[in-house]
Write a protein that binds this ligand. Structure first.
Ligand code: HPA
Length: 257
């Protein structure tokens, strides 16, 4: 089964028959929606910040959500993510697949491997190549424009936006977009051996890029305009992958060291 994690601005799936479920986990309870599409595909939907956007990024129950999804048999996750652009050549309105991340978070529970015992998770392929290819195929079929290159996501702690100096630094380091939620979500998916991919929607230029001063209102406004396109892309991909999705990229993974 495939799960969709909807970020800012993506709080439900239009047109699906839905049933609410509470997943009980050692890390707390989490609410998800099981959805049945008209062609027989079943998927699970979770609003990352809760319905009504109640939970701030540094307090998200990521371990509960990922653990719960694993327990009900989720093999792949497609996530959405609202991001600021660190580069003026990636303008607001751009949809891009994430290809890698940099972690600038500070105080989050970011692993299931809390000891005893030491596990160093390999995150070289944090964003599954098989899912990314499927998303590109669906985008082409739906005539949805995706940025030609997969982008590097810089994860900040939030909940404040970044300073212009921080954004300059991230640009020099090779970051393309900035957001507050990919870590630990993508890491926890890797630890549980769940395939993971994320589509970012650029909602704004990051602080200082062409003099930008980001605001949450601006982020919500762009998501409001493009949220439906994003849902269409994800639902098409879920349908294409089907209920029995099994990932070829896992066969190539090295496992833990
Ligand atoms: N910075 C961090 N997170 C974000 C931004 C931003 O500019 N826009 C949307 N999410």
């Amino acid at each position: 089964m495939i799960a969709i994690i909807g970020g800012t601005g993506v709080y439900d799936l239009p047109g699906a028959e839905e049933r609410e479920r509470t997943l009980v986990t050692p890390y707390g309870d989490v609410a998800v929606t099981e959805a049945h599409l008209e062609d027989g595909t079943t998927l699970v939907f979770a609003a990352r910040h809760g319905k009504g956007h109640a939970v701030p990024p540094h307090r998200l129950p990521a371990r509960a959500l990922l653990w719960g999804l694993k327990e009900i048999g989720v093999k792949a996750i497609l996530a959405t993510s609202a991001v600021g652009s660190v580069r003026e050549e990636i303008p607001p309105g751009t949809l891009a697949l994430l290809g890698d991340f940099m972690d600038f978070t500070k105080a989050r529970a970011s692993t299931f491997h809390d000891g005893p015992g030491v596990v160093h998770q390999n995150v070289s392929d944090a964003y599954c190549p098989t899912l990314r290819a499927a998303l590109r195929r669906s985008a082409a079929a739906e005539e949805i424009a995706l940025h030609p290159q997969d982008v590097v996501y810089v994860c900040t702690e939030g909940p404040r936006f970044e300073t212009p100096a921080e954004i300059r630094a991230y640009r020099m380091l090779g970051g393309d977009v900035v957001g507050m939620t990919q870590v630990p979500e993508a890491v926890l998916a890797a630890e549980l051996d769940i395939c993971y991919a994320a589509v970012a929607l650029v909602t704004n230029l990051a602080a200082g890029v062409q003099g930008a001063r980001p605001s949450h209102e601006e982020v919500l406004e762009l998501m409001g305009q493009q949220g439906r396109t994003l849902s269409r892309l994800l639902l098409r991909t879920v349908r294409e992958l089907g209920n029995d999705y099994g990932c070829s990229h896992h066969g190539r993974q090295e496992g833990m060291s």
